[in-house]
Design a protein around this ligand. Structure first.
Ligand SMILES: [Zn+2]
Length: 384
């Protein structure tokens, strides 16, 4: 263990210790300016040396730290705006449905009120004429013969008053509906506007994230090939935990990444491997946080071979997990890790045909002692 730590310290020591990385802030430090870029408006893109106002040229390690943080921050921003956009879009749709319902009800009520008013007017006109005839008949006969006419007149009068009342009620209802419809229309417009703005923000975050991922991929490839294993300052993982808190695992074991597409399975044969595939490949974008599947201690962080930047965690004497083709390491050899703790960022380093995580479960720290990771996790209640 100590030998491994010592070797790592020699190889990757330059990446550990105090860093100029400015954690937990979201604005450029006073007196500094960042390199322009698709995601340059981030504090991690700036270098702040206390007492030094001049711009400082960043080293490759610093750039890797900056870009790694940018990927995590923008990834969280893209997820957050994506979630908010989905919620707002759904709320705007529901409000437009409500607006349409009220407008339909309003048109129907207005038609009813107009029809009632026309009916009342027609009856009033007819009654006026009938009333004239009744009055005339009563005047000329003065007998009980006109009583049936009087009753008919009274019935018609009552019907007219009832219809007039219904017409007034329909008018009032129309006015209420008109008010509700106007409110619903304004709300629908506001929600649609907010939804459109969130859509734009999501697209911007996605574009920035894409640019940052591309740069991270290039930096990690260079680092891995040159024997720099992508170890990041602790300030990066601390700052990332602030802007993008990790989900708290429920059990003793978790998946190595939260979301993924399964690709090459354990045991497969093909031109990519000398023998059989020794792990399970999980297709994830560059910069996806990689989690330790269980409690343990990091025993190695290596680079330069087919696995690219690769980390092994010891869970117990005969149980290890390996995470390969990484972009950067958020923790280093010797460190204790909890289940679900973010230990690295996924990548495309080493012998890799595209961004993915190569995940192994082994009986020893060495290649060749692997078991099927999907089955192993499933046996512990974790689906993969
Ligand atoms: Zn693989």
């Amino acid at each position: 263990m100590s030998a491994i730590v010592l070797i790592f310290s020699v190889v990757c020591g330059a990446f550990w210790g105090n860093s100029p990385f400015s954690a937990g802030t979201d604005a450029p430090p006073a007196g500094t300016r960042g390199r322009p870029g698709a995601y340059a408006a981030h504090p991690a893109g700036y270098v702040a040396h206390p007492g030094a106002a001049r711009r400082v040229r960043r080293s490759a390690a610093q750039r890797l730290a900056d870009v790694s943080f940018a990927v995590m921050r923008l990834g969280e921003a893209a997820r957050r705006t994506g979630r908010l956009y989905a919620q707002q879009r759904s709320a705007a749709w529901a409000q437009r449905v409500e607006r349409d319902r009220l407008q339909t009800a309003l048109r129907r009520e207005r038609r009813t009120a107009a029809a009632l008013r026309r009916t009342v007017g027609a009856i009033a006109g007819a009654q006026y004429r009938t009333g004239s005839i009744v009055a005339y008949t009563l005047r000329i006969t003065g007998s009980g013969a006109g009583k049936s006419l009087v009753r008919a007149h009274e019935q018609a009068d009552r019907r007219e008053r009832a219809l007039a009342a219904r017409a007034r009620s329909a008018g009032r209802e129309s006015r209420v509906l008109a008010g509700e419809s106007a409110t619903a229309t304004a709300r629908a417009a506001a929600l649609t506007d907010r939804s459109d703005r969130l859509k734009t923000a999501r697209e911007q975050a996605k574009r920035g994230l894409g640019a940052a991922r591309d740069e991270l991929r290039n930096l990690a490839t260079t680092a891995s090939r040159s024997g720099s294993c992508g170890g990041l300052p602790h300030a990066v993982s601390s700052a990332a935990a602030t802007v993008a808190p990790a989900a708290v695992p429920r059990g003793e074991w978790v998946r190595p990444v939260e979301r993924y597409d399964l690709s090459a399975p354990f045991g497969g044969a093909g031109g990519h491997w000398v023998g059989r595939h020794t792990g399970q490949d999980l297709k994830v974008p560059v910069g996806t946080p990689v989690r330790s599947v269980g409690a343990g201690r990091i025993v190695s962080l290596t680079c330069g071979d087919g696995f690219g930047i690769s980390m092994v965690v010891r869970h117990r004497r005969d149980l290890y997990s390996q995470y390969a083709h990484l972009s950067a390491a958020l923790a280093g050899p010797g460190e204790q890790v909890r289940p679900g703790e973010r230990i690295a960022l996924s990548g495309d380093t080493g012998n890799s045909t595209g961004p993915h995580l190569h995940f192994e479960v082994r009986r020893t720290p060495s290649l060749g002692s692997g078991v099927d990771p999907a089955t192993w996790l499933r046996d512990r209640g974790v689906g993969l």
